[in-house]
Design a binder for this molecule. Structure first.
Ligand SMILES: *Cc1c(COP(=O)(O)O)cnc(C)c1O
Length: 448
């Protein structure tokens, strides 16, 4: 291998959480799991999810703001997160009947389940009413349908979802004119609908627009209260920023990026912002301290006795899991190689949005070769499709990958693992392995 090639390529090492470093140091464990599973697998670590969740709850407590954190469930299908949410009295945000039932089955109470998504099915609305879930109503016709179902299924707790004024082309939420009309209907239908408050969910990861819209949404609670409706909460949705890479690595990559860093000169329009600040709970803190006419959001929520609801998905899963693909083969094509992984790129969902999951995969050789020299490689999946590529970028691996080695994709729990997975080629979906520490050793089990 020409060392000048590997030296010219950017390194994007993932920031590695302590539990993952410790687990990797236990050299046999991942190979044992691979031996048992016989194919690709995901490793998930609920204690990290618990720590991420507690950090959000602590910010609310510190600001003396009433509230609830609903885990945005679509980001990962594992059941282990739901049990953690239940244990910590947190909520879960769902958008389908199977998601709602899954949350109940793992001990989350109906009153701690939020139901979002565009127009909900009648069956989902009925289930939500029976279990006392909180439903974000997206449009006027859905409000009427919800009231009709609540007549028989029981009074339904609702939020009215706002179309963000800064995102007029979003297909979610109701315009201000429709919200006014909805308030009138909520007064008329109060026997069947309890207006808990208002909600929104913004694209992007910026603090200021969330804080501004939250301040503005408090005004809607005031308007509703004037009409005698409870309006005791606002939900600011998800979209809390996450960090995967160090600032300097990310800055160098975005500054110097060249098409020939990628297999076949592949071009990308957009990447997730892999290095951001503030992130997670610190971002919530920043939202709560953002001022409007001299008062912070936290002060206004306390004064008006309004609860703050949030729906983080990715930010609860950050540093809480990774994916392991066994290596099937490697061939040197030009000045870089192609590694073929046992698995499909559908298990790295970012590859299916015309983008790329950029943190460096890490080669875990079955036999470490002290003489080994680094190689540059892209990574393909085990299907017959040219576009089934896990990593288009030519990444530097510590040595030439051999069959039986493992390729670890770090930090995949949020949206990568299972959002787009399919049983293409009749290949089974990679199982999720829940790894926890007990009595100074690791224990692992299959997720239920
Ligand atoms: C997807 C989604 C979330 C979670 O978003 P993250 O970016 O993962 O935090 C929360 N609320 C709603 C309504 C969503 O659609």
């Amino acid at each position: 291998m020409d060392l000048t090639v590997t030296a010219a390529l950017p390194a994007l090492p993932a920031i590695e959480p302590g539990w993952q470093r410790a687990l990797r140091a236990d050299r046999g464990l991942l190979f044992d799991i691979h031996h048992a599973i016989g194919g690709p697998f995901h490793v998930v670590h609920p204690p990290r999810f618990a720590a991420n969740l507690r950090a959000f709850q602590d910010v609310l407590t510190r600001h003396e703001v009433r509230g609830q954190v609903y885990y945005g469930k679509k980001a990962n299908k594992a059941g282990c997160w739901l049990a953690v949410a239940a244990d910590l009295d947190a909520g879960v945000d769902v958008a389908s009947e199977p998601e709602l039932v899954h949350a109940l089955a793992h001990g989350v109470r109906g009153r701690d389940i939020g139901v979002t998504g565009a127009a909900k099915t009648d069956a989902l609305l009925r289930l939500a009413a029976r279990h006392g879930c909180l439903v974000a109503i997206d449009a006027l016709d859905e409000l009427e349908r919800a009231a009709e179902i609540a007549r028989t299924a029981g009074r339904l707790r609702i939020l009215l979802r706002r179309l963000p004024p800064g995102a007029p082309h979003s297909r979610f939420g109701s315009s201000d004119a429709d919200l006014e009309r909805a308030l009138d209907r909520c007064v008329e239908l109060r026997e069947h609908l309890e207006l808990t408050g208002f909600s929104f969910h913004l694209d992007g990861y910026a603090v200021a627009p969330r804080a501004a819209l939250a301040h503005d949404t408090i005004e809607w609670c005031t308007r509703a209260r004037v009409r005698g409706l409870p309006a005791t909460a606002i939900s600011i949705g998800g979209g809390f920023a996450c960090r995967y890479l160090r600032d300097e690595d990310w800055a160098a990559f975005t500054r110097d990026r060249r098409d020939d860093w990628f297999h076949a000169g592949r071009q990308f329009e957009k990447f997730y912002p892999y290095a951001q600040d503030p992130t997670g709970a610190a971002m919530l803190d920043a939202v709560l301290t953002e001022q409007f006419r001299g008062r912070t959001l936290a002060e206004r929520l306390r004064t008006a006795d309004i609860a703050l609801l949030l729906e983080p998905g990715r930010a609860l899963l950050i540093d809480a899991g990774f994916t392991v693909f066994p290596v099937l083969g490697f061939k040197q094509n030009a000045d870089y190689g192609i590694t073929t992984a046992h698995g499909l790129s559908m298990s790295v969902s970012e590859q299916w949005k015309g983008s790329e999951f950029l943190p460096d995969p890490v080669l875990i050789p079955r036999i470490a070769d002290p003489e080994a020299r680094p190689v540059a490689s892209c990574v393909g999946g085990a299907s017959c499709m040219e576009y089934d590529v896990l990593t288009w970028r030519k990444v530097v691996l510590s040595q030439r990958p051999r069959p039986g080695d493992l390729l670890l994709y770090p930090n995949t729990a949020g949206y990568q693992m299972d959002k787009n997975e399919s049983g293409f080629h009749q290949l089974p979906l990679p199982p999720k392995i829940v790894v926890t520490g007990a009595e100074a050793r690791w224990q692992w089990r299959l997720d239920r």
